[in-house]
Design a binder for this molecule. Structure first.
Ligand code: ZN
Length: 164
């Protein structure tokens, strides 16, 4: 899909251009192990900008809903995606330098024919929680706090004490 390539990111940034579209989840191969369903798509908007210091950059917004696996009850859960990140366009050499500097702004190496799908996928992977889980009141993996039930490990501890 030709409209999902930025041929010249520098020119895109300096011209304050904007590219918007949808990407089907099935195309995001690196997300596969995190998702329980590939139905649907995410919407992205890429905007070029030049900051106060005259540095060119890209703002990447991604929205949509993903189906992740709850790490507590192992049931699917809806995860609303709301990404809004900005990164500066820098040379490959500068990008390598900045990797070691935690205070450096987010940056992306300048490359011709930048693939928007790969960029959006990177941003989604960065945004995903390490261990996604339902809100406490809807998750089946944990009793609600007010049921007065003992945590399974607490019950186990009591059993052990009684034996001794
Ligand atoms: Zn759950």
């Amino acid at each position: 899909m030709s409209e999902q390539v930025v041929p010249d990111p520098l020119e895109f940034a300096r011209g304050h251009k904007c590219l918007e579209g949808d990407i089907e989840l099935i195309r995001l191969k690196r997300l596969q192990e995190s998702l329980t369903s590939f139905d649907g798509a995410v919407h992205f908007k890429l905007t070029g900008f030049v900051n106060e210091g005259a540095a060119p950059g890209l703002r990447c917004e991604v929205g949509g809903s993903l189906k992740l696996l709850c790490q507590r009850c192992l049931e699917p859960m809806d995860y609303p995606l709301q990404i809004d990140s900005s990164m500066l366009l820098v040379s490959e050499a500068q990008a390598l330098l900045d990797e070691d500097d935690p205070d450096a702004p987010d940056c992306i190496p300048i490359q011709r024919d930048m693939q928007v799908v790969a960029l959006v996928e990177d941003e989604i992977l960065l945004a995903l929680p390490m261990a996604p889980h339902h809100a406490d009141d809807v998750c089946k993996g944990r009793p609600a706090a007010d049921t007065g039930k003992l945590h399974p490990f607490a019950a186990l501890a009591r059993l052990k004490t009684n034996k001794e």
